[in-house]
Design a protein around this ligand. Sequence first.
Ligand SMILES: C[S@@+](CC[C@H](N)C(=O)[O-])C[C@H]1O[C@@H](n2cnc3c(N)ncnc32)[C@H](O)[C@@H]1O
Length: 322
Amino acid sequence: MGANAYFCSMTTAASKESAAGIKPFLKWAGGKTQLLPAIETKVQQLLRSKETIQFVEPFVGSGAVLFFMLRKYGRHIRQATINDVNPVLADCYRTIRYNPQELIKELSALEKDYFTYTSEDDRKAFFLEKRTAFNALAGDAVQKSALLLFLNKTCFNGLYRVNAKGNFNVPFGRYANPTICNAPVILANSEALQKVEILNTDFSEMEALIAPDTFFYLDPPYKPISATSSFNAYAKEGFGDADQERLKAFCDKVNAGGAYFVQSNSDNSDSEGNGFFQELYKGYNIEQVKAKRAINAKGSGRGAVFELLISNDDVLHVNSKP
Ligand SMILES: C[S@@+](CC[C@H](N)C(=O)[O-])C[C@H]1O[C@@H](n2cnc3c(N)ncnc32)[C@H](O)[C@@H]1O
């Protein structure tokens, strides 16, 4: 093997390794790993007619779909924009993009301190101290992001929930040996995020990005299946039926602009297939997809549930016929 060939195989191996690290850095309610195959089918349909696309994710959360797209279809994405109304989350994406080394330094110090405590009571006291510090801290994005990652890996079920004052209030989680600082993932994500614009606003502001080569993946807080069943308190403002209707109006604009959308949401339909979303999205494609909810406070509630994938690919196809 010549020197150049050796160099190439080394760089291919290195880039494969860093591509494998492009994945969510947070646990987040509603992670979409289960729905990826169905979403990928939609992306592939779009890529049959377009060499490159713009990817927009207005409710990014932990970014299961974003990181999947960057990992697998990165070279087909000419521009990507992500958004979340949660300012701490948006700042954490920015910190990973712009200051990964400082973040790793802060987070590994927290990890080291945490593991100096061996009893559960001491670890819990440390967790509560850092939770108070997180809620009180303003203005230092690197430190706040490190605390967010620390709390996310050590709190109950990786939830992010805030009270009426906007304070993070998830209790301590009992994990024997949590991975708190995953430096290779932070570095691989930092590299992948270099071409991603990170916004922190309401989803409706993404309207400016509607263009015919654009793929919007929409994963709003789900409409609860029953009054008590679902968790959607990501932000103190909540996300009610009026917001679901605002989102439908947004989807109509995406469709009218010739862009593509895929939205996941809960399946509230009755045995005859009638429901809130079937009514709201009449005329669009609605598929039922089997998904396994990872986050549910009651263990008995885990298991297969159906979710909806609402999209406009057929609608656009029909509209594009002469
Ligand atoms: C279901 S989660 C997204 C889950 C994500 N797909 C994942 O893989 O983790 C919904 C996200 O929407 C955000 N959100 C809630 N209301 C919003 C709004 N009006 N505009 C933009 N984002 C919002 C929440 O902060 C939350 O992170």
